[in-house]
Design a protein around this ligand. Structure first.
Ligand code: GDP
Ligand code: MG
Length: 254
């Protein structure tokens, strides 16, 4: 099974080396694909300098801070042209423990989208401020209520997608540029009838560098939630050219 880990970075220089070392210490082969948005702290250049030591590492450089959602979309589109079976997504800040990647991959034997979850039994969320906790819980509760999502942690960025799901999502009109991309991807995955599951993770707030969460991201998430609930209320259409795999078509909720 060929797996690539996609990691968007913006000013994460201090987190890069421990992240790569912990990924490389895992007993499974992984390719690492970073998407750096011209980080002013030199993350992109630093990643380039590590390529000779870690041949499995690649970097997509973009011209400026273009958003988390577009970083993932661009990376996934490019990596779908390569023969990967699993696409893991994670933050660069070590909040998502690389040691849980094997759990996500194992669970992907029976699920198309596996979410590394803070909010199911066994999931832990450490050292997060009360404000961040409240924001995350509220976003999840609202997403579940408005979109009938079957997962407890739809905002989580630690995920594993099977190839056929990512291929279908690539043809859906996913619009979020920022953090709400995660909710939108979970929504369309469920809508198309793909199987979603969660595995518990121990999430720990970053120790180094700063979070990029902002008021603009919160506003963007509210906009996405409104758009998706309107989409849901208006008959849940998907583009005509979406070719769902037959076994998925049988159980789609459309
Ligand atoms: N390429 C890229 N990466 C981003 C952008 N915004 C955030 N990130 C990265 O996305 C991940 C999640 O951001 P983070 O600050 O950890 O958000 P938090 O976990 O919600 O506090 C981190 O690896 C960031 O460096 C962006 O605009 N472009
Ligand atoms: Mg983070």
């Amino acid at each position: 099974m060929k797996t690539v880990v996609v990691i968007p970075t913006y000013n994460e220089r201090m987190n890069i080396l421990p992240l790569i070392e912990r990924c490389m210490a895992l007993p499974i082969p992984l390719d690492l694909f970073f998407v750096d948005d011209g980080s002013p702290d030199g993350t992109g250049e630093y990643l380039e300098s590590l390529r000779s030591t870690y041949p499995c590492l690649r970097v997509m450089h973009r011209s400026g801070k273009l958003g988390l959602g577009t970083a993932y979309r661009q990376a996934f589109r490019s990596l779908l042209t390569e023969p990967y079976d699993r696409y893991v997504a994670m933050d660069a800040d070590l909040s998502h423990p690389p040691e849980s990647i094997p759990d996500l991959l194992r669970a992907s034997a029976d699920a198309d989208l596996v979410i590394g979850s803070r909010y199911i039994d066994g999931g832990v969320c450490k050292n997060w401020s009360a404000a961040r906790r409240l924001l995350s819980r509220t976003a999840n509760n609202v997403a579940r209520a408005l979109l009938s999502l079957d997962v407890m942690d739809a905002t989580a960025g630690f995920r594993c997608y099977r190839r056929e799901l990512l291929d279908a999502l690539n043809r859906v009109n996913v619009r979020s540029n920022g953090y709400s991309f995660q909710i939108e991807m979970a929504y369309y995955s469920q809508l198309m009838g793909f199987r979603l599951t969660e595995v518990p993770i121990v999430f720990e707030d970053r120790v180094r560098a700063k979070s990029k969460m902002s008021h603009a991201e919160i506003t963007g998430a509210i906009k996405t939630l409104v758009q998706l609930s309107l989409h849901r209320c208006s008959g849940q259409s998907l583009p005509d050219d979406i070719q769902l795999p037959e076994k998925i078509r049988d159980r789609t909720s459309l």
